[in-house]
Structure formats: C-alpha cells, structure tokens
Design a protein around this ligand. Structure first.
Ligand code: MSP
Length: 491
C-alpha cells in the first residue's frame, strides 16, 4: 500500500495562531484527507516550535515560565486545529523530551562526521531585542522596534559546514531529485545557489538559555532552526539514530515562501549529513495579505480563524480560506470577498442543489436504477481533472472543477425541469441527480468533511477513513435521502 507523509512547518508559539497558519494547515489537511480517501497510508504531521530567545522574552513579559508559556500557546494551536477539523496524526512539540534527546544525538552525529567546528559568530546585535539582526531587518541602520543602532558583537559558537553541500544541493535540485515547487520558487532557489556562496552557519547560541543544550559544550544551546527541522523526523518517532522511520521521506513538505530557502538548503544538507533520504517535494505557497495590507499585530488586522468559523461555520471557513487565492501565489483576502464566495459557491450552488434535489427525491417511488448515465461523461472528466489538479497541488483548480460540476448539474435542472416529469421518468431523473450529488460531495469532502459526510450519509454512503478503504471513489448503491436542513444558509 502506498504511503503518504505530509508536513506543515511547526509554528512558533510566541504568537497565537492566525489565518496564515490556518491556511497551510487546512491545505495540508485537504491533501491528507484526499490521500486517505484514495486508500493510502497517510501520516500528517504538524506542531509547534518552542525554543529561542523570542519565546523566552515573551514568556518573561507574560510573567510565566517559558514552559508554561509554551504549554498555553501550544494548546491554543491544538484547540484551533480541533475546531477546524484538522486530522493530523501527530502534533509535535520541540520541548518534548524525546525530541530534545534525538536532536542532541543528531548533533553528536554531525560532529562525529567532522561537520561541526568551533568559531566566532559576529553580527549586529540589538541590545533592546537581545537578538542578532540581519541588515535587512534594520530600517535606516536602526532596529525598527527600538530605534537604536545595533552593536557589532562577537561570541564563541559552533558552526555547521553548510558550505560543503552547495554543489550537491545544486545538483539535486537541478536534476529534480529534490523537487521544489512551484517552478518560480524553484528558480529562485537555484538562482541563489548558483550565484551566492552558501556560508557555514552558526548552530549554537551562548546568549539563548531557552533551548536544547549543545551536547559538546553545555554553555551553549542549539540554534532553534537546527532543533526545529528535526521535528519532521522526531514527529515520526525517530530517536536520532540510523533507523529511518517508516514514513520518511516526506512526500510533501508544505510551507509559505518565507521559509523556503532554509528548507531548500540547511534542511537537506542536514539530511545528507545524517545519511537520510531527502523529502520528495518541498512546496512553498504564497503569502496572504488582508484587504491589501500585510497582516500584522501592530496594524491590528490579523484575522483570527475562529472569527471566520463563527461567521461561516467550520466547513465554509476551511473552504473559503483554502480557496482564497491560487495555491502557490500571493493573495489578498477581504471579508466582502469571503461573503461573496460563500453565497455563490456554497449557499446558492452546492447547498441549493442538495436541498432542491433531496426535496424532490421525497416524491420518488422506484429507486433501483443503474449507475450514472446522464452525467457520466462530465463526471468522469471532472474526476480526471480533479485528481490531476490535486496531485499537482493546484487546490484552486480542484475547487474550480468542483464548482463547474455543480454549475453543470444546476444548469441541467433548469433546462430539463425534472419536477414536471412523471412516473418512472421522474424517478430516473432524480436518481441521476442524486448520483451527481454523491460525486460532488465526494470531491468536496477533503475540503468540507462535515457537511459532505452529512450529504453522503443521507445517501446511505458511510465514509470509512481507514487506510484499507480503497473503494470510496467507486460507484456504490445509494439510498433515497430525507430532506436536510439548509447546508449553507445565505449569509
Ligand atoms: N517555526 C518556523 C518554522 C520551522 S519549520 C522547521 C516558523 N514559524 S512561523 O510561526 O513563523 O510560521 C511560518 C509559516 O506560517 C509560514 O511558512 C506559513 O506556513 C504560515 N504563515 C504565516 N503567515 C502567513 C501568511 N500571512 N500567509 C500565508 N502563510 C503564512 O517560521
């Protein structure tokens, strides 16, 4: 049985989850659910990134111990994923003792391969933030938060020989052995690897106390990114040894473009150094803005996904977030656009179709016809296109294919006016419409599991989400449904 391992980034716990985090996580959930329906053995990992200076400082500000602070914020992520119906198989936290032990072991292995050396880290340090800043982070040479020029500081630390992997990484990405998608992003990474020198990176911090102790020098802690990357292995139960977990390598590692470069350099270099296979595909989607503006705490325009759940319901919130922009490109969302989409796709199109046909079905007398005929060609073609779209991670295409199918069925109802038919012709027409609805509900299931499950159950189709369930897309007998309350009342 083929397996499918999908990951999201692990999110920093210094902030509460927002719609940007939800975007990646819902997309991953759609893919996980789709692959489960195909009968694949799926593992879906998400979690939280819990070390580092910022988290330590935020905990201090909140008057909490770092661990209590992490516990509280990790719980906020877990709660949101529960309310968004996220079907992850494991939620990894980097403060899990098993993760910490494995990271120490991995670092010891890197050292035994002569890939770690002692040196001095030099950088621009903002005393206010107690953090090194890159020149890009400064505004007119000053820290934007403290309006002070950072000081040039040097400290002892340990380096990982990242530079040794430049040529290998270039070759692997160039030859598509390590797939980076979409192509524009791949080109960016290739351009960088071709024109800039990959520098060795400092992998320890003396000033950061909230981190995993560096096994070779306990006065130092391990740089948070080194610790974080390994979650993709420890989340599968890896203990830092030679054993390759059953689900590794990942089939898809999802993230936004902000963290692609490190995922396309440091992460695969670490894997090569550990003699581990590389992920099959790294996919970087775009960035969300809200009503034309970057979402930020200071602008007060960060959308809380819970607000969208309260406005539209869980399924619609999932659907609207994930289809808000073409997957892979940047996009802007606004409340008006979300309302429009809700009313057109969900209330007027899908919801209306189901309630209309289910109501007509109450008049059906005979209910034992052969499989789809009237819509067969269109449905088969829709499935083919839908599968291709999802396999290519073109989630918005998959959504459009579904909407087109709904339009097609609705149009057919308008032209054929089945309600005016009598006897067996009526029964037959409704049966065909119900088969079309069954297909539409299956297609939308990964996006809107609750409502689609309800529709499918009313048709007598129980979805079993077991890995051995490989028959779900095959036509199976449907039963005469009862009317349902409106799936998506107009908003
Ligand atoms: N902790 C690191 C990741 C370590 S993975 C080994 C991190 N965390 S983060 O909390 O900042 O999350 C970044 C990720 O959140 C992005 O890559 C993306 O998945 C998601 N997003 C956060 N804001 C977003 C938008 N405005 N738009 C789209 N996705 C966004 O980086």
């Amino acid at each position: 049985m083929s397996k499918f391992y999908i990951t999201t980034p692990i999110y920093y716990v210094n902030d509460k989850p927002h719609v940007g985090h939800a975007y990646t996580t819902i997309a991953a959930d759609v893919l996980a659910r789709y692959h489960r329906l195909k009968g694949e053995d799926v593992f879906f990992l998400t979690g939280t990134d819990e070390h580092g200076l910022k988290i330590f400082q935020n905990a201090e500000k909140a008057g909490q111990t770092p661990q209590a602070f992490c516990d509280e914020n990790a719980a906020a992520f877990i709660k949101l994923w529960e309310s968004l119906n996220i079907s992850y198989d494991n939620f990894i936290r980097t403060t899990d003792p098993a993760h910490e032990e494995a990271v120490k072991k991995a670092v010891t292995t890197l050292n035994s391969k002569d890939l770690i050396y002692a040196g001095k880290y030099e950088g621009l340090y903002c005393v206010g933030c107690e953090q090194y800043k890159t020149t890009k982070e400064l505004m007119e040479g000053k820290c934007p938060d403290h309006q002070k020029e950072p000081v040039l500081l040097q400290e002892d630390c340990y380096f990982f020989k990242l530079s040794a992997f430049q040529d290998t990484l270039l070759k692997l990405i160039d030859s598509h052995e390590l797939i980076i998608d979409p192509p524009e992003r791949r080109n960016e990474v290739l351009g960088f690897l071709k024109t800039e020198k990959l520098e060795d990176i400092s992998i320890t911090r003396k000033k950061v106390k909230w981190g995993i102790k560096f096994p070779l020098d306990e006065k130092q802690t391990i740089y948070v990114w080194i610790d974080a990357f390994l979650n993709y292995l420890t989340g599968l139960g890896w203990r830092g040894d030679k054993e390759i977990p059953k689900f590794w390598p990942a089939d898809v590692q999802l993230m936004a473009k902000d963290i692609l470069r490190v995922h396309a350099t440091i992460w695969p270099a670490m894997l090569l150094a550990l003699d581990m296979p590389l992920p099959k595909k790294i996919f970087a989607h775009g960035y969300f803005t809200f009503e034309g503006q970057k979402m930020s705490k200071s602008l007060g325009n960060v959308i809380d996904p819970t607000e969208l759940i309260n406005l539209f319901g869980v399924d619609a919130a999932r659907y609207l977030i994930v289809s808000a922009c073409p997957f892979g490109q940047d996009g802007d969302i606004s409340k008006n656009k979300l309302y429009d989409r809700y009313n057109s796709d969900l209330a007027n199109n899908f919801g209306n179709l189901v309630s209309r046909v289910f109501r007509l079905a109450e008049r059906v007398e005979k209910f034992d016809f052969t499989p789809a005929e009237i819509f067969k060609e269109f449905i088969d073609k829709s499935w083919q296109d839908y599968h291709e779209a999802i396999e290519a991670l073109a989630l918005e295409d998959a959504v459009n294919i579904w909407v087109n199918l709904l339009n097609y069925i609705n149009k057919n109802i308008e032209t054929t006016k089945p309600w005016a038919l009598k006897g067996e012709s009526f029964d037959y027409a409704i049966y065909q419409l119900l088969l079309a609805i069954k297909n539409a509900a299956l297609m939308a299931y990964p996006f809107m599991p609750e409502k689609c499950d309800l529709v499918l159950k009313s048709l007598g189709l129980n979805l079993r989400e077991k890995a051995d369930n490989t028959v779900i897309f095959e036509s199976s007998e449907i039963k005469k449904p009862q009317s349902l309350p409106a799936l998506f009342p107009r908003a």
